[in-house]
Design a protein around this ligand. Structure first.
Ligand code: FAD
Length: 550
């Protein structure tokens, strides 16, 4: 007999992994071998538009994990289910588990509709075949459905939900407890004595149909491993932003000139200093006194001109690091209290982490969003343009709007984008080009290293005004003024669109308007593919009358 922990796409780690820790405890108590199972399902990844980059990242992380599991006498068994993705439960219960003589299967919950249906089937069908399945919450700080509105309904607006989220975590600190190990092992996983050797195969180098063409670059910009994710987090918590780090940089080296011993953060604390009603200033106590990306996040988070944000999203989206580890580190820095709110850098950042929880809550409570439906159903009939040429210009960064082009080039080359440019690009596609947001949602998933169904759908629906935003359709980003905020001195644009590198700080945001036709022609840069003022009117008219094609 054996016990299986079924690792999924969103929990690729050993440390603080609840289902794995439970499976490990159960196996040990019952003197059974524990096997970690990972089933690659290409049909699922195609259906969800997962990028080759993100699949390759998972495989790299699995190879990294395999070594750690081996040290604990736990084999990692990776198999590919190339057949119909909806037949996976039968394959698991009828073929895979019997081949391992497994009687118990543990997994962390996934909240998307197909995944929930699949797990219910595993649970029900497994019970008939004498296999016990156990699914637990792990992905989020607060599980979906934990609180409802006064009318007993799920929340559809972020702010009141976030206040509940904050209060809940204050009252239930056990939700942030990390998986503990009675033997005192740091990663929370027991050592096993019985080894299910038969199932110890290799992790494939590559999955057919998901060949990652820029793997070498991706390995530098997004190195694998939980230790790396912790380093990326530490750099964000303890080091300042640098212009030099805005692009294709190994995140482990960010802010390295500060030469801080990031291994031990025991005597580092962020403390409130001269708190005022609206703005609590924070300073560092202990061995560091300089500004940090976390401390400055409230004011710098909308700037794409340097590495102002954490860049943890690929690690969080694949679960290489747990949200509990992250929030606990911030909590410790704040003197053991977790704040969230726009008044301080840490508070603002914790709020961004809350958005991640929120969009998962929306996914679980409103299954229509996983089925391609708008959250605000009244906008289902908004009329879209079908314009492949303009869509391609957007994808390739040839729109003539420098901030959009810079961001789309970053997306293609780096597999990631800062949040503000993501919103600007999404708004441009939907409101300026009037192209269906589903196409943008799909393209981002196909490109991004951090492609996450809930966050990506939430972000697109928010920008397309079909989502959970309470003041939607009138929000139409002006790409030029947004550019001036996101990249005040144009560093971001100059990095990604080198044709514009020599322009003045003013001209770089809108060269077509600011330069003479002769000067503009010399740039070898496209003229705007749409007139923003006219496009804005068109979008307003179409959103006002869904169904109207004017
Ligand atoms: P930080 O600013 O350091 O934030 C810390 C963490 O909080 C992030 O890593 C992320 O896990 C979470 N987070 C931050 N903002 C959001 C948000 N608005 N919604 C949900 N979670 C958030 N995020 C993804 O992880 N995957 C996606 O596929 C994705 N697609 C998006 C698509 C659009 C159109 C938009 C507007 C946003 C999208 N986001 C997505 C949210 C956000 O842009 C990224 O999480 C963020 O830019 C990642 O950079 P970071 O790790 O440096 O973030």
């Amino acid at each position: 007999e054996s016990v299986v922990y079924w690792m999924r796409m969103e929990d690729v780690r050993v440390k603080d992994n609840r289902a794995l820790a439970l499976a490990s405890e159960f196996a040990q108590q019952n003197s059974l071998p524990l096997i970690v199972l990972f089933v690659l399902v290409p049909g699922d990844y195609k259906a969800h538009d997962r990028s080759a980059r993100s699949i390759d990242f998972r495989l790299r992380n699995l190879r990294n994990i395999k070594v750690k599991l081996q040290e604990k006498n736990i084999p990692l068994h990776v198999i590919t289910h190339a057949g119909n993705r909806f037949r996976l439960p039968e394959k698991i219960i009828d073929e895979i588990l019997p081949s391992m003589k497994a009687t118990h299967i543990f997994a962390n919950m996934e909240y998307e509709v197909d995944e929930l249906r699949r797990d219910i089937e595993v649970l029900e069908y497994g019970a008939k075949q004498n296999v016990r399945a156990m699914f637990v919450h792990d992905r989020l700080a607060v599980p979906p459905g934990t609180f409802k509105t006064g009318q007993g309904k799920p929340y559809g607006v972020f702010s009141p939900w976030q206040r509940k989220w904050q209060a809940f975590l204050e009252a239930h600190e056990e939700h942030l407890f990390e998986a503990a190990d009675p033997e005192g092992n740091e990663d929370g996983l027991r050592s096993h004595t019985i080894y299910g050797k038969l199932f110890d195969g290799e992790v494939p180098e590559c999955l057919e149909g998901f060949e990652c063409r820029d793997r070498d670059l991706m390995k530098v910009v997004w190195p694998e491993g939980n230790e790396v994710a912790v380093q990326v987090l530490n750099r964000f918590l303890y080091c300042s932003a640098r212009k030099a780090d805005l692009g294709l940089v190994d995140p482990r080296t960010m802010g390295q000139e500060m030469s801080i011993d990031l291994e031990s953060d025991d005597d580092v604390q962020l403390i409130e200093d001269e708190p005022t009603k609206s703005k609590a200033k924070l300073s560092l106590k202990g061995k560091m006194a300089s500004p940090t990306r976390l401390r400055d996040y409230a004011s710098s988070r909308n700037s794409a001109d340097s590495n102002t944000s954490s860049r943890l999203s690929p690690y969080l989206a694949s679960g290489v690091i747990s949200i509990r580890t992250i929030l606990n580190k911030v909590k410790k820095l704040l003197g053991n209290k977790l704040e969230s709110g726009r008044d301080s850098g840490p508070g603002t950042w914790v709020m961004e982490c809350a958005w991640r929880d929120f969009y998962n809550h929306v996914t679980a409570a409103f299954p229509r969003v996983s089925m391609g439906r708008p959250f605000q159903e009244k906008f289902a009939e908004v009329q879209w343009e079908v314009d492949e040429e303009k869509f391609n210009a957007w994808k390739e960064g040839r729109t003539g709007y420098p901030i959009v082009d810079a961001a789309m080039k970053q997306c293609a080359l780096m597999g990631w984008m800062h949040n503000r440019p993501r919103m600007i690009c999404a708004s441009f596609l939907v409101k300026d080009l009037m192209i269906d947001w589903h196409l943008g949602e799909q393209y981002f998933m196909q490109q991004f290293m951090d492609g996450d169904l809930a966050a990506n759908n939430g972000g697109w629906q928010w920008t397309a005004s079909t989502g959970t935003d309470p003041q939607p359709a009138f929000r139409i980003f002006n790409p030029t003024s947004q550019s001036e905020t996101a990249s005040p001195d144009g560093a971001y644009i100059r990095y990604w669109v080198p044709e514009l590198a020599s322009l003045s700080d003013k001209a770089v945001h809108n060269p077509y308007e600011k330069l003479s036709p002769k000067e503009f022609a010399k740039l070898n840069y496209p003229a705007p593919i749409v007139d923003h003022a006219k496009a804005r009117k068109r979008a307003l008219a179409r959103y006002k009358n869904p169904g109207y094609h004017g």
